[in-house]
Design a protein around this ligand. Structure first.
Ligand SMILES: Nc1nc2c(ncn2[C@@H]2O[C@H](COP(=O)(O)OP(=O)(O)OP(=O)(O)O)[C@@H](O)[C@H]2O)c(=O)[nH]1
Ligand SMILES: [Mg+2]
Length: 205
């Protein structure tokens, strides 16, 4: 496996014949942090989304105060694909963020090589469950901070690391889930991290 930093093909590119390594990656995090947005912005195929309109039935259940413009929510998962180079393809699974769908997560983690924990600093507590499940499954992950424009206080990555009690070994990165290049950089950070972990494991006698 080489470094993932090579250029990506343009959007909607068919899967190359040479593609042979498929990595399953999950995007997790709290409700409305931008998981579906990230999968949509980076996917080179038309992503599969299972969005449902949020209705009055969700009042009191869905915590929408920080995402007032949000009208839909993921009820199963998002699926997208991105080729990192001629041979390596990432299959992206975006998890549903609402607590009542969390029972789906453990299944979604099956066969996963790595994960992105997407964080909204306005609701940091929503990240605990994701981090807890990933640690339980021993799934390597990176933390991506989705910077919403109206984020009143811009916490540094180091402050966020401390607030989430993350080890120095967990890579952290800023992102804007709406921007393809930014989402791509998050995925490259994750694949480089997986690569380093694999190298370190190989070097261990
Ligand atoms: N300003 C801003 N809005 C964003 C950003 N990323 C996502 N959004 C918006 O935030 C809302 C939530 O995005 P989703 O992608 O649906 O969030 P999600 O994490 O998939 O939500 P659930 O699946 O319901 O948990 C949408 O209205 C997005 O357009 C961002 O970086 N900045
Ligand atoms: Mg979603």
């Amino acid at each position: 496996m080489g470094s993932a930093t090579s250029e990506l093909p343009s959007r909607r590119t068919p899967l190359a014949d040479a593609a042979e390594t498929g990595l399953k990656i999950v995007i997790v995090g709290g409700f409305g942090v931008g998981k579906t947005t990230l999968v949509r912005s980076v996917s080179e195929i038309r992503p599969l989304n299972t969005e449902e309109v949020m209705t009055q039935a969700g009042i009191g259940l869905d915590e929408t105060s920080a995402v007032a413009t949000k009208t839909t929510t993921t009820v199963a998962f998002d699926f997208g694909r991105i080729s990192l180079n001629e041979r390596m393809v990432l299959y992206l699974f975006g998890a549903p963020g609402q607590e009542r769908f969390w029972f789906l997560w453990d299944r979604l983690f099956s066969g996963t090589l790595g994960a992105v924990v997407l964080v909204d600093t306005r609701r940091m507590n929503d990240s605990w469950y994701a981090i807890d499940r990933l640690e339980h499954h021993k799934t390597p992950f990176v933390v991506a901070v989705n910077r919403f424009d109206d984020d009143a206080h811009r916490y540094s990555l180091e402050e966020i690391r401390q607030a989430l009690a993350l080890s120095e070994r967990v890579p952290m990165v800023d992102c804007d889930a709406r921007v393809r290049q930014s989402g791509k950089d998050v995925l490259i950070t994750l694949v480089d991290h997986l690569y380093e972990l694999a190298m370190a494991q190989e070097a261990t006698p």
